[in-house]
Ligand binder design. Structure first.
Ligand code: HEC
Length: 101
């Protein structure tokens, strides 16, 4: 089976499960994630169409990767913690977030 070309590498299906595992939904509303309906952080609904990440970075896969791995390096003082996402997992998480239109 040949997979349809996707704009972002990684597996959105796996990313969805990882988002649940890492508990991103304890702070964010994220469509498709059970229980992810809080508003500590901004809603990630429609994230694939967002222009900026946290208002400071242009929204592209590499910047999103950096943000998830180390929010404090990009935005000192942000209340988003480094939740310890691994290099492998971050790719699938970003793939999922870009499915949110
Ligand atoms: C303890 C709460 C908390 C957790 C857990 C958390 N975040 Fe966040 N997140 C925030 C806050 C607060 C912001 C807003 C940061 C800012 O603008 O300074 C944010 C911002 C973001 C943004 C940018 C949103 C935008 O509108 O630009 C993304 C993307 C994001 N988080 C993804 C994630 C992912 C993926 C996870 C899980 C791996 C996660 N977050 C876990 C609190 C959290």
């Amino acid at each position: 089976m040949v997979a349809a070309p996707t704009p972002v590498p990684g597996s959105p299906q796996r990313g969805q499960q990882l988002i649940i595992n890492y508990g991103c939904g304890s702070c964010h509303t994220i469509p498709g994630i059970p229980g992810a309906d809080t508003d500590v952080g901004p809603s990630l609904a429609g994230f694939g169409e967002r222009r900026y990440i946290a208002g400071v970075l242009v929204n592209n896969p590499e910047n999103l990767r950096q943000w998830i791995l180390n929010p404090h390096e990009i935005q000192p003082g942000t209340s988003m913690p480094n939740v310890g996402v691994t290099e492998t997992d971050v790719q699938d998480i970003t793939a999922y977030l870009y499915t949110l239109q």
